[in-house]
Design a protein around this ligand. Structure first.
Ligand SMILES: [Zn+2]
Length: 410
């Protein structure tokens, strides 16, 4: 591997010719670029606003990005707007309105690091000259502090776009209305246990150009967003083929994505799901970096408008057919009267974090039966062995030790 890596790095030194649309960097080029600039200090997806400020300090100090305090969180933490570029097209990006969804925040740090470290990179110049990026990483710093979804007021701020009861929601709406950006990116993490339709592939990234009303009919604003999403699906499709899904397109009248689309900013939702063996989501952090940088390029050079919408429209919707652990080919006999059955058993393993307490592990049995349609992050073949029917019941919460006892020894 080291040789191959050296070769990749050598190749990356060849500058991209950005004057013509045909010379756009390939998705692989962007992965290499990310590996060169990513902030190496970020190794865990659990971090606080203090960590974030530390990582962004070099860019702020050097004046690479300009900052302003756009608002304050419920508990008085600053919500900062970071601006890069002086171009005519305004692009608004916000991440981590759910405090436990940090993947895109890491990618935004990496993007700002790229702007700092490689100001002469053709792609960086293109972005700077044609776009004004308005970035609000970690919109919900109080939730991030506890690594929970909701704000300090216990409200899901993504259901507060109309009521505006939270200062975080008011801050986002105020910035949106003040700049009226042409494009918006609504950056989240989804349950990693979604699958791409019935393909039995776990969803790595889900995309959505949110609808503007119950009819889900397209208007011009949404169609533009679909083109941008199609560009992302095309680019990421080369890197992580078959693992990109579409998020549920039901209109949610209280959500920000739907409303910001309705208010006139072409908005794309990017949901980071899961990747086997990557609990800290570092691979998906790289995919976010690639998706966003490539989208900036398409918006900046105008090529977004010529992307084939089919790349987006043909994506399968997320389905709930994934689990953390699957035991296949087991036998269960819960009752003396009923015959034994051959079954698969699906488990989810959650880390429960509540108000800053140390996290606890909760194992739940989610399904029993013929689970051939399921995908699992971990799969064990029981080889026909009988499982303890007192433990294996749907919705039963198990101790980690009980789960361990069910896993067949090799
Ligand atoms: Zn979310």
């Amino acid at each position: 591997m080291p040789n191959r890596r050296k070769l990749l790095l050598a190749l990356s030194l060849v500058p991209f010719a950005m004057s013509a649309q045909t010379a756009a960097p390939t998705p692989r080029d962007l992965v290499i670029l990310h590996d060169q600039v990513r902030v190496r200090e970020i190794t865990s997806r659990k971090f606080t606003q203090t960590d974030l400020h530390g990582w962004l300090a070099p860019m702020v100090r050097a004046g690479v990005v300009s900052t302003e305090q756009a608002g304050l969180s419920g508990e008085g933490r600053p919500i900062t707007l970071y601006t890069y570029g002086t171009g005519p097209t305004r692009v608004l990006l916000w991440s981590q309105m759910h405090g436990d969804e940090p993947t895109a925040t890491m990618a935004l740090v990496d993007l700002m690091t790229l702007f700092h470290r490689s100001p002469d990179h053709p792609l960086v110049k293109l972005v700077r000259e044609r776009l004004t990026l308005l970035m609000m990483p970690m919109l919900n710093p109080d939730g991030a502090e506890r690594f929970i979804r909701r704000t300090a007021q216990r409200i899901d701020m993504n259901r507060d776009a109309l009521a505006l009861e939270t200062p975080e929601a008011r801050t986002l709406k105020t910035v949106r209305d003040r700049f009226e950006p042409a494009f918006g990116f609504n950056l989240h993490d989804q349950d990693p246990r979604y699958t791409v339709g019935t393909t039995r592939r776990l969803t790595a990234i889900a995309l959505l150009a949110p609808p503007v009303d119950e009819t889900r009919a397209d208007n011009e604003v949404r169609t533009r967003a679909k083109h941008v999403a199609a560009g992302i699906a095309t680019t990421l499709g080369e890197l992580i083929p078959g693992t990109i899904a579409k998020w549920d397109d039901t209109f949610e009248p209280r959500a920000f994505g739907d409303n910001i689309q309705r208010w006139g900013t072409s908005t794309v939702l990017i949901e980071s799901g899961g990747w086997p063996g990557d609990n800290q989501k570092m691979h998906l952090r790289a995919m976010n970096f690639v998706a966003l940088l490539d989208a900036f390029r398409r918006i900046a050079d105008g090529s977004w408008s010529t992307t084939d919408l089919a790349a987006y429209e043909s994506l399968a919707f997320n389905m709930r057919l994934g689990c953390d652990l699957l035991i296949t080919n087991a036998r269960i006999r819960p009752s003396q009267k009923a015959p034994a059955a051959r079954v698969d058993v699906a488990f989810n393993i959650d880390e429960i974090t509540d108000n800053g307490d140390s996290p606890t592990i909760r194992v739940t049995v989610v399904d029993i039966g013929d689970l051939r349609t399921y995908a699992g992050y971990e799969i064990h073949d029981a080889g026909g062995a009988e499982v303890d029917s007192l433990v294996v019941k749907v919705d039963k919460v198990l101790t980690p030790e009980q789960l361990k006892s069910l896993i067949p020894r090799k």
